[in-house]
Design a protein around this ligand. Structure first.
Ligand code: A2R
Length: 328
């Protein structure tokens, strides 16, 4: 029996493609010419898409009449039109939970680097500055700080748990309160920004959270304020952030994500009071292997059992209609 054809818009790690290749035929779109990509023989056979950083919109999905599943590599799936997929009864999966600890660790590392100017201190040593004079004192520290988490989901909870031993006050903003947690809930983000002096952003990207952190929020955070973003670049109005950093409206920022990755605004690159990371939140070998495994397992389980392991909320109700189509 012919194996289902899985469309890959962009390259994926072998830890995803190796297990998939045992059960499916993989179509590597970046290696194919336009005529092959749009040939009826391909379009009519594609039953799945597996994507790492390649946008999956209505235009792409509508090319494949037999498409059943879109498996996204990563917990954030703002590059996939999940609502549009649900309308077409197409399953969308992501990779939650397996990266919670890694991203939470990164958030704490980035926070400490930012609040104590550790990146700048390391650059100072390497440039030989220490031989002339000690590095400057950091103007603030973790002592006596109040942290506001923008998002208290799977990863946000991991960050909050790591913050407890620091003895800082913890609050959070989300649309619904999480009464099982002892932290103060702020339904109003500006009110929370006024109350705290550190914001850690860990909400999904996409239209609903676009520029959630804007000039008003930064203004409310104030002159000792620090913003940490390990979510998506789109959640922060980057121009408003640059203005706030330049004019001293806030003290500093630690950013793992940017609005136009991998391009980082020159204004940010020139600043010493920001820490900039190349989107490494989950980027360790063990965590990326766990994510790869989950991507592959979602696709395999879908075709074997008609259900996905980790469907996104928009498509959680969808089950496979046609039953198993291939046997080993
Ligand atoms: O709003 P709620 O009650 O659904 O809480 C979720 C919150 N959240 C929002 N908060 C304010 N305004 C919004 N429009 C909004 N949308 C969602 O973000 C919840 O507290 C949190 C998301 O938690 P999880 O769905 O468990 O996501 P997880 O695994 O923590 O990952 C968050 C994001 C990913 O989407 C990637 O973009 C990034 O972290 O790695």
């Amino acid at each position: 029996m012919t194996k289902p054809l899985i469309y890959l818009p962009k390259p994926l790690p072998p830890a995803v493609t190796d297990p998939l290749e045992q059960k499916f035929e993989l179509f590597r779109a970046w290696q194919a010419g336009a005529s092959e990509q749009h040939s009826p023989a391909i379009k009519e056979r594609v039953q799945g898409i597996v994507t790492l950083g390649g946008r999956v919109d209505q235009a792409l999905m509508s090319r494949f009449p037999r498409l059943e599943i879109v498996a996204n590599y990563g917990v954030g799936y703002d590059i996939v039109d999940a609502a549009g997929a649900a309308e077409r009864s197409i399953m969308v999966t992501n990779t939650p939970d397996v990266l919670n600890d890694e991203v939470a660790d990164t958030a704490i590392g980035l926070l400490l680097m930012t609040i104590r100017n550790l990146g700048e201190a390391e650059r100072y040593l390497r440039a030989g500055g220490w031989e002339s004079a000690p590095f400057r004192l950091s103007p603030v520290s973790m002592r006596g700080r109040k942290v506001g988490l923008v998002g208290l989901g799977r990863i946000g909870t991991g960050i909050a748990e790591r913050l407890v031993p620091f003895g800082v006050e913890i609050a959070y903003h989300s649309r619904s309160p999480r009464p099982e947690h002892p932290f103060q809930h702020f339904p109003d983000l500006v009110a929370m920004a006024r109350h705290v002096n550190i914001l850690i952003v860990i909400v999904p990207g996409g239209e609903q959270t676009r520029h959630l952190i804007n000039a008003e929020v930064l203004d409310a955070l104030g002159t000792t304020g620090i913003v940490i973003n390990v979510a998506r670049g789109s959640v922060i109005d980057e121009q408003a952030l640059i203005t706030a950093l330049k004019s001293g409206i806030i003290l500093g920022a630690g950013l793992d994500v940017f609005e136009n990755e991998p391009y980082v605004p020159a204004d940010l690159l020139e600043m010493d009071h920001v820490v900039l990371l190349p989107h490494v939140g989950s980027a360790s070998v063990p965590t990326r292997n766990a994510m790869s495994q989950l991507v592959a397992d979602n696709v395999i389980t879908w075709f074997d059992t008609g259900k996905a392991l980790t469907p996104v909320s928009e498509t959680a109700h969808i089950v496979r209609r046609t039953g198993p189509v291939h046997k080993d």
